[in-house]
Design a protein around this ligand. Structure first.
Ligand code: GDP
Length: 473
């Protein structure tokens, strides 16, 4: 068969050690098979089991994906029999967007892993602001939910997961299950703990053919808490802190337009550097910009940890003729101030090490803009460029930085947000390259008590940047 021939001609490194399927048209998505030219080979190899799960998922997606006979038939039944027990061959989870691009990428990744674990097909709803950022991830199919799906919502009210739980708690014996359900896992005002991580809830959700998911969270740690998924996950990810590293490389290939932004910038400013350091400065609130001196924090962190060299204030010129090393600094921020300061600083004086420092910032958008495609395109390019650096400094609690670190396989230095201590550390090295799940469950489904994370889940720890968040190690 054609695929076998192609496999034998594509080197393993190009397919990221078997993570990517062969057989895609290369020109329509240059990044898919070119990314390996821009990154060092990852020391973390995908497990054979993960690879086989992905190939099986691709078969399922091809069979049930948009515009297939199965898709049309299932959607017709879902619309017609909204509240009758519907058993379908194909089941779906439809991801919908919330919040910024970093949040979207981490939550789509979690949704994909959930889909793989539950034999559902992941479909994504991209509005104008997200079109053409990514290539299609699944061979010979599409992951975008067809426009006709939207009309579904206008027919009748769709039941929610909360009402399903409420009914269940009330012990009302149900004769019929909804065929479609809103599953909102976004951290809510009143209910952080939606029992999604309990086997019992999973058994309820299992009965429902289509779930419309809304979340901005990286809820992967929840999946590791679910007893019925645990064994599968351990086989898929023998190294637990590589979940987004692998899923990110598998799912998110920059479109040709985004790849143009990435490669032109890379070739102009980063390719020739002996070392590349990425600094992401995210100001999350006006309160933060008023109370923190982020420029000082960046300097303290990078100079004291020798990520960047000190200035030689006594000299105005470095007279040594020895071969100079070039360090390129990529700054990502909504404002130009930090890069401007660093650039001027390294222009005015030589460095004590003799290193030459170049400072570059792709864009300064001023503010987060929602619903803007070009704005998201730049954000995506910058996340990806950060991930191509050798060392990262990121801002605490930022999913923008999380995606960059996981794609890059990097443990960043996190600019520490003081929690009121007298001498807070300048910055802290992350202990894992995984994102932090900001609002994890707090309830132990088996013991029916408050969850004691440390003793129940040895592969999870509280995050460096939010002490109530959880991450895999
Ligand atoms: P988080 O809020 O830091 O967790 O990250 P998100 O990506 O979810 O939301 C922040 C959004 O603000 C991004 O998606 C961008 O739209 C914008 N943004 C924030 N920082 C930057 C930056 O350094 N560069 C660019 N281009 N956009 C940014």
């Amino acid at each position: 068969p054609a695929t076998t021939t192609i496999t034998s001609t594509i080197p393993n490194e190009k397919l990221l050690d078997g993570l990517l399927a062969s057989g895609f048209d290369e020109k329509s998505c240059l990044s898919r098979y070119q990314s390996y030219l821009y990154r060092k080979a990852s020391p973390h190899k995908p497990s054979a089991y993960l690879i086989s799960k992905l190939r099986n998922y691709e078969d399922l997606h091809r069979k049930c994906g948009p515009r297939t006979e199965y898709y049309n038939r299932t959607m017709r039944r879902i619309i017609r029999d909204r509240h009758i027990n519907v058993k379908t061959t194909c089941k779906y989870i439809i991801w919908t967007a919330a919040n910024g691009l970093g949040n979207r990428i981490v939550s789509m990744s979690a949704a994909f892993l959930y889909a793989v674990l539950t034999d559902r097909v992941l479909l994504v709803e991209f509005w104008h602001d997200m079109t053409d950022l990514f290539c299609e991830p699944f061979l010979n199919s599409s992951w975008e939910v067809p426009k006709s799906f939207h009309s579904l919502g206008h027919h009748k009210k769709i039941e929610t997961y909360e009402s399903l739980l409420k009914n269940d708690r009330g012990n009302t014996s149900r004769e019929s299950w909804p065929s479609i359900l809103h599953l909102n896992l976004q951290h809510g005002s009143n209910d952080h703990d939606k029992l999604f991580h309990c086997d019992h809830s999973q058994a309820l959700l299992h009965k429902i053919p289509a779930l419309i998911l809304r979340t901005d969270q990286y809820f992967v740690p929840s999946l590791f808490m679910i007893p019925s998924f645990k064994q599968e996950l351990n086989k898929m990810f023998p190294e637990k802190d590589t979940v987004l590293h692998h899923l990110g490389h598998y799912l998110f290939h920059p479109s040709n337009e985004a790849w143009g932004l990435i490669t032109r910038f890379y070739q102009a400013y980063l390719a020739k550097a002996d070392e590349k350091i990425g600094i992401q400065v995210r100001v999350l609130s006006t309160e933060e910009s008023r109370t923190r001196n982020l420029m000082k924090e960046v300097l303290d962190c990078t100079l004291k940890n020798k990520l960047l060299p000190e200035l030689d204030t006594k000299k105005s010129v470095d007279s040594s003729l020895k071969n100079k090393t070039l360090k390129s600094v990529l700054v990502a921020s909504l404002i130009p101030d930090y890069a401007e300061y660093l650039r001027t600083m390294y222009w005015m004086k030589p460095t004590v090490t003799g290193e030459i420092i170049g400072v570059y910032q792709p864009s300064h958008e001023g503010e987060q803009k929602s619903g803007d495609n070009k704005h998201n395109m730049k954000a995506w390019a910058e996340i990806y460029l950060l991930s191509l650096c050798d060392t990262l400094v990121t801002s605490s609690q930022s999913t923008f930085g999380y995606v960059a670190q996981s794609l890059g396989g990097l443990k960043p230095w996190i600019l520490y947000k003081s929690l009121g201590e007298k001498d807070p550390p300048l910055c802290q090295r992350a202990f894992s390259m995984e994102p932090c799940f900001h609002f994890p469950p707090k309830y132990d489904c088996t013991a029916k008590t408050k969850l004691d994370i440390g003793s129940v889940f040895p592969s999870m720890r509280f995050c460096e940047d939010i002490n109530t968040g959880l991450k895999l190690v």
